[in-house]
Ligand binder design. Sequence first.
Ligand SMILES: Cc1ncc(COP(=O)(O)O)c(C=O)c1O
Length: 419
Amino acid sequence: MSNCFPKVTLSPVWPQFTPLTIKYARGIYLYDEKGRTYLDMTSGIGVTNTGHCHPRVVKAIQNQAEKLIHGQVTIIRHDPIYQLADELSRILPPTLQSYFFTNSGSEAVESAIKLARHATGKTNIICFQGGYHGRTVGAMSVTTAKTVYRMHYQPLMPGVYVAPFPHSYDEMDACLDAFKLLLATQTAPEETAAIIVEPVLGEGGYVIPPREFFSNIKEITTNHNILFIFDEIQTGFGRTGHLFAYEHFDVVPDVLIMAKGLGSGLPISGIAASHELMSRWLPGSHGGTYGGNPVACAAAVETIRIINEENLLKNAKEMGQRLLEGLQQIAKGSTLFKEVRGLGLMIGCEVEGRTPQEKKERAAQIRLHCLNKGLILLTCGTYDHVIRWIPPLTVQPNEIDVALTVFAEAIKEVDCRHA
Ligand SMILES: Cc1ncc(COP(=O)(O)O)c(C=O)c1O
């Protein structure tokens, strides 16, 4: 690993999926210190939806940094936070018109849980098997994608119950029955504040539930005065081809959690809910020093405008289709894959194997081969056995085609080794 600061040590709690030290980035490309160029199909884990260093985002950050860098929101207010609320109010429905901002996805998840508990006076939260919601204690407590996120941190927040998540249409009825049984046997509706769910499992392996699942769950939660929280931290801001993934499922959540793609790389996150729900949150009972930072808000305002003005949803749909079809074609000619699935530009290739370890090793071999050829990919899934594709929404056909060629070579190579 190259490091021009040999005496510097960073905590090993951060694993390193690549040995790269990057000097600068533009669009989908990363440029390292040795002058090599990489095609980045990770977007920094689904963050740089407008591409790295989009010139309009850079300009918005520069302009705002010259005016006001910090303005604690309980002391002063500023234009960017109002502009951001205004932009969000244009793209979200009438029941999601009040906003609270914070810095990371996990903090936004904590905020949603705290709002739910505070506003309902109830304690319990239902989450779904395979979900990932972050690293802080509340967020970890509703995370069940892998034990590594929870191990040696337990006991976690009490009052959390886990419901099964359907991986296919065939599993839906059983999952709905299990959800109802949970309310009848473990956490009564009278003490259940909310359910929290990712519309598409992210870290859990890019799993898309059947279309009707969430409308069925919403009917139950509405009947029982339980809040429906959608964690759109990874799926939001165009990732799945719609601005928000809830649009695929014909439901509107009571609380929407957003982060990642919102700020094009600046740390900003937030929750949206109705005025009525937010008005039940006692002033001063939640907050933070940096939430609603002016520079981050300015980046977010510009990000939303770019997604709209540059037609990035249309591009995400078209390029998502091209990538999905290309990957499915490659998978067809190989024994390595169980399934290739995706929504928009959130695509996973699930690797097959006799044991979890074998699946993991195969996925790692494919990833490494691609990295050596200049293509950066990540994995997800309980056993790190799903190769995930999350390019920027600005990705172009030629970039997809180059990536597919490299991927196809990697598959051939790994196929041969296992033949
Ligand atoms: C769906 C989802 N929720 C929550 C988080 C946590 O966000 P952060 O890492 O910004 O705390 C993530 C991060 O990957 C995520 O994908």
